[in-house]
Design a binder for this molecule. Sequence first.
Ligand code: NAD
Ligand code: MG
Length: 386
Amino acid sequence: MKMLSILGSTGSIGVSTLEIVAAYPDRFKIVALTAGKNLELFARQIRQFAPAIAAVASPDDIPRLQALCPGLDVTILGGEEGLIAAATATDTEMVVAAIVGAAGLVPTAAAIRAGKDIALANKETLVTAGRLFMDMVAEYGVKLYPVDSEHSAVFQSIEGHRSQDISKIILTASGGPFLNTPVQQLAQVTVADALNHPNWSMGKKISIDSATMMNKGLEVIEARWLFNVPVEKIDVNIHPQSIIHSMVEYIDGCVIAQLGSPDMKAPIAYALSYPERVATGVQPLDLTTFSGLTFFKPDTEKFRCLELAYRAMGEGESMPAVMNAANEIAVECFLEGRIGFIQIATIIEETMNAHHAHPLASIEEVLQADLWGREMAREICLKQVN
Ligand code: NAD
Ligand code: MG
């Protein structure tokens, strides 16, 4: 029986994770759940999975959540303290980090320090604090399993190989909803257009990141840290069918890839049950139903965010955290209808231009860089609006 805490249980990844947990009651037990705003769904999850701890992001929501859970034997907590309590609960063996954005940083760091293994969906933690996180993983001797489909593919393609034998990691990207939209038309696309991902159903923030291709930029940085491979050796191929989830090329010219139907349940289940595999109900792959699998290079003039991520990683230190913060603010502004789609990249770029990268020695310093990036991006966003 594996004892789990799920951070972000009401999100797209959280809900899929709980579907797997529900299918294997003899394998997985929920110790703690956390959520942001969707208290009705959260209360239903608490009733179904009977966690010992349930934590909401805002302490102000505690009374309403209590009212939604009458008579249930659960400790309801709130705020950062609550999220940390959920992440570090004594019985928990593995924490599923599925909060979106830099908000996942502190509870995930706390989980590592408490010796918990991590199933990592929250890529922003590695983007903002990759070096510190990987050092902590080594120091506390915990296991870190990727949930992101590309990184799960690399993880599966790398097993049994030596990292010095890797010549390249090739991350695949669907290209998102605007793959075939002419660059001149990007200025007019709507929030609904941007949320309409062709292959994956996901939370709003990552859906917009996929439309700008910042998601792939974040994933390049995530791969750099997870697999300890320099960014120069990480390529991105557009692969619109999302069947090959990523590949690893070795020095002898061999390439190993992982394939499957695009469904996050497969990589989530692998992270939970590694090294075993469990049935997930994911649609089996029938390659004969595809007229072709295609691959090409991304258009970086159209998808400027991808280049910005490579630039941030090249400058290193605090720059990826600032880039990530600016992206979170720009995406928020776009979702609120305050800026157009192409201004997302502009806001990130101007925020980065205003920043001088400096070393980050602690999670606290990462949070300061994150805050700096948010404030600067908000200022730039306001100027864009006026
Ligand atoms: P989502 O928006 O659907 O869910 C996010 C979860 O985090 C929710 O439970 C929400 O309540 C909670 N949350 C949001 N803000 C919070 C805050 N400030 N404090 C505490 N909790 C907060 O997002 P998602 O699509 O499930 O993505 C989660 C993470 O997984 C992201 O980092 C994303 O990049 C990554 N990821 C998602 C997918 C996918 O298919 N959805 C695939 C790969 C990676
Ligand atoms: Mg991904």
